[in-house]
Design a protein around this ligand. Structure first.
Ligand SMILES: NC(=O)C1=CN([C@@H]2O[C@H](COP(=O)(O)OP(=O)(O)OC[C@H]3O[C@@H](n4cnc5c(N)ncnc54)[C@H](OP(=O)(O)O)[C@@H]3O)[C@@H](O)[C@H]2O)C=CC1
Ligand SMILES: CC(=O)N[C@@H](CCC(=O)OP(=O)(O)O)C(=O)O
Length: 345
């Protein structure tokens, strides 16, 4: 299958290429770049010299419709909504790594993304691509809204206990940390080496665009409006997200019982690994892989369940999950092309 990537010189795109290069059913025939069309990809990313030297193109909808079956958008917020409707109308499937098609509520989109939402006709067509939870709907999707990185780690950690109605729906606290690639490749003052190294900062309290996304997924799970307290932090590492989640259990449960419940919930999900009692996953243990690893501790003193969920933000949090969704859309084994081991140490 021929595919294209838009947002060519960003981190999401280069990570898509890392996996798609060895994918047995896919060829990347076009890399679209608005800033570097006409330039060879390996000129921008010299680690791929003699491997991906393809010249990047500018966006041409007719050419794309003629040459590819599926387009990945790895563009910043408020970009893909201007291009995807036209491609869908021409029968080209799209997987959007940005947040443009994730939210159903236009007012929330306007509030958190600062612009008007995509056209409603296309929002209803978009399937939220949390692969482990929405597999059936993803199979028939024309447009997949790939989840955000924090929402992926957080909702995979929370859905089992919420869907079994074992936890209170309110007072959920999510304390999350990300590496700096979460901010993308373009330069900004707060991400300079001298600003980041030996530093640890919280940001966007109460205004982060992943708040409504997490709440939408959890509310769908519980069939009841859920609000969460979410505090993101950035830490001086390149890749990785750790989401530490605190939730009140309705009744006393042991760690062992909850681990068994999570293992059963994810038993046929190859990319979710539940740790044994007393073992809490670390970001390095999923580095560069599509795994989401979850550790649990039921604090019998306070009645809280502590969930620790880790992913690589660029893989399960973005490009890896996007390829997992492409595999599901095409009826291929969902691990095809993305079953590499984590890099360790
Ligand atoms: N980094 C991460 O961990 C995650 C990222 N995402 C989302 O994936 C998307 C891509 O992220 P990432 O690759 O990290 O971001 P980057 O900033 O690294 O790359 C985005 C690329 O999009 C292109 N671009 C920038 N502005 C425009 C524009 N106005 N119009 C068209 N293209 C533009 C640029 O490439 P060019 O000039 O070559 O076109 C740019 O390099 C974002 O929406 C991000 O939020 C989601 C989950 C995790
Ligand atoms: C460190 C940092 O800035 N991280 C980004 C990660 C979010 C992201 O990339 O997700 P979307 O797909 O929803 O845009 C942020 O907090 O906005």
């Amino acid at each position: 299958m021929n595919v294209a990537i838009v947002g060519g010189t960003g981190y999401g795109a280069v990570e898509l290429l890392r996996f798609l290069y060895n994918h047995p059913h896919v060829t990347v025939v076009k890399i679209i770049s608005h800033s570097n069309s006409g330039t060879s990809f390996s000129e921008v990313y010299p680690h791929l010299v003699n491997i991906i030297d393809m010249e990047m193109d500018s966006f041409d909808i007719d050419q794309l419709a003629e040459e590819v079956e599926l387009v990945f958008f790895a563009t910043p917020s408020n970009v893909s909504k201007n291009y995807i409707p036209g491609l869908i109308d021409k029968g080209v499937k799209c997987i959007d790594l940005s947040g443009d098609f994730r939210l159903r509520d236009g007012e929330q989109y306007q509030h958190y993304y600062g612009e008007e939402m995509a056209a409603a006709d296309y929002i209803v067509k978009a399937v939220y691509g949390l692969s482990e939870i929405n597999k059936e709907a993803i199979k028939d999707a024309l447009l997949v809204a790939n989840p955000g990185c924090y929402p992926t780690a957080t909702t995979l950690g929370l859905i089992p206990v919420l869907s079994h109605n074992l936890a209170e729906y309110q007072h959920i606290i999510i304390d999350a940390k990300t590496g700096t690639t979460g901010a993308g490749r373009s330069l900004s003052q707060g991400f300079h080496f001298s600003e980041m190294q030996e530093n640890f900062k919280a940001y966007k309290l109460g205004v982060h665009k992943h708040i409504p996304e997490i709440e939408q997924v959890l509310s769908d799970t519980a069939n009841e409006a859920i609000q969460v307290t979410f505090t993101p932090h950035v830490v001086p590492m390149t890749r990785g997200i750790m989401s530490t989640i605190y939730v009140d259990l309705k009744e006393k449960q042991s760690t062992k019982e909850l681990i068994n419940l999570y293992k059963e919930f994810y038993q046929d999900k190859p990319f979710v690994r539940i740790r044994e009692e007393g073992v809490i996953p670390q970001t390095k243990e999923v580095y560069a892989s599509n795994f989401c690893d979850i550790g649990l501790y039921a604090d019998e003193r306070t009645g809280k369940l502590i969930i620790v969920s880790v992913i690589d933000n660029l893989v399960k949090g973005a490009s890896g999950q996007a390829i997992q969704n492409m595999n599901i859309m095409n009826g291929w084994d969902e691990t095809t092309g993305i079953n590499q081991l984590p890099i360790y140490p």
